[in-house]
Ligand binder design. Structure first.
Ligand code: SAH
Length: 363
């Protein structure tokens, strides 16, 4: 049987696994052992699960797999950021980024190979949609990064953050995304709880509403990048499907689901001379105030340029002015410092590019 025909156990919940081992005629405690092996020890082959009888391991290997992703290359930035370029069993690119910071680490995962949205300022858009990633492929990205950073079997340090801000539109792969997040939150597994997770959407309105109703949901970020429909239509064509009014109505509903002290985010990519004037900043603040979106923070992202994108980042002084104008109107804003630009790992740069600083994986 080829790898692709085997069932990828990394994408199964504990309940799914229980069902799976039952169907194999095995006792259900085997499910707990396999789950722990995959999700807690982060093993990517059954051979390493030496607490399982050898005959059972062989039977497992015949029907299932513990790994479908292959790391093709790993790039390390001068700022410590790492970009992993992986391939699926059908040879499609999947990229994941590890971003170390002083007090916590962040892993940025992809939800799709490529992306169907045509945001004009984003390099991933140039790939088009290759396909949705499975729940197993989403979870395995995180396992691969954790193993590289901390070593196989070493417990995930408490406080590792996860962001769904890699390639693809998470809310166009909603079911697999939510399933993967559920698997990753298990205490006996990776134990990355929803409170440590942020999902970013370009504005898939019905899914924002569905997400708002989720019990125990992760945090939300919405990519906005323009204060009016005319400009947003051009920069983010998804706006023609759901315009700012519809998007803000859903955001308002999401706001009502916030917990005590929680905020949600609007991301705004700053494009020099395009959406970064004082007037744009005032319009943006007025828009938020008009809709009563007060539990929001604006994440200002200076554009990460790359061929063949025709945009340039805003001047640093203008980025500061933009922030000051928002804050003078009572809108909380901060500037996202670019990470891993030199290795095509920064926001909007994931396009399976080759880059210098190739550091082969050793684990
Ligand atoms: N599709 C989702 C998830 C991707 S998140 C979404 O759009 O939200 C990636 C973030 O990077 C988005 O906020 C996007 O607007 C931003 N981005 C895209 N291209 C960029 C670029 N070249 N420079 C800086 N930010 C970019």
């Amino acid at each position: 049987m080829k790898a692709m025909e085997k069932i990828h156990l990394t994408g199964l919940t504990k309940d799914d696994l229980t069902e799976f081992v039952k169907n194999m005629g095995e006792p259900s405690f085997r499910a707990a052992q396999i789950f722990k092996g995959l999700q807690n020890r982060r093993l990517r082959s059954f051979d390493e699960m030496t607490d399982l009888p050898k005959a059972f391991r062989e039977k497992l290997s015949a029907a299932a797999t513990a790994s479908t992703l292959k790391v093709e290359s790993r790039y390390v930035s001068e700022d410590g950021t790492r970009r992993f370029l992986m391939k699926t069993h059908d040879n499609l690119p999947v990229e994941t980024v590890y971003i170390p910071t002083e007090n916590r680490d962040t892993i940025c995962f992809s939800s799709q190979s490529g992306c169907p949205l045509k945001c004009d300022f984003c390099l991933t858009a140039k790939l088009g949609l290759l396909r949705n990633l499975t729940a197993g492929e989403i979870v395995e990205q995180i396992i691969i990064v954790l193993n590289d950073v901390y070593g196989v079997g070493v417990e995930t340090p408490h406080g590792t953050n996860l962001v769904g801000m890699g390639a693809g539109e998470p809310f166009l792969n909603y079911e697999n995304l939510i399933k993967a997040l559920g698997i990753m939150s298990a205490e006996e597994g990776l134990f990355i709880v929803p409170n440590r997770v942020t999902i970013s959407t370009a504005g898939i309105v019905p899914k924002i509403r569905e997400f708002a109703r989720l019990e125990n949901r992760p945090h939300l970020a919405i990519s906005l990048s323009a204060p009016n429909d005319e400009l947003r239509d051009k920069l983010m064509p998804i706006n023609k499907r759901w315009n700012i009014e519809e998007l803000f109505a859903a955001a308002k509903e999401f706001q009502a689901s916030l917990r005590r002290g929680e905020r949600f985010t609007f991301e705004y990519v700053l494009l020099g001379g395009v959406n970064d004037s004082d007037e744009h900043a005032r319009k943006l603040a007025n828009l938020l105030n008009r809709y009563g979106l007060e539990r929001v923070k604006i994440n200002l992202i200076p554009h990460n340029s790359a061929e063949p994108l025709e945009y340039r980042p805003s001047a640093p002084e203008q980025v500061d002015r933009f922030k000051d104008i928002l804050e003078s109107k009572g809108v909380f804003a901060y500037i996202r410092r670019p990470r891993g630009r030199d290795i095509y790992a920064a926001c909007g740069q994931l396009a399976a590019k080759d880059s210098p600083n190739l550091v082969q994986i050793t684990t």
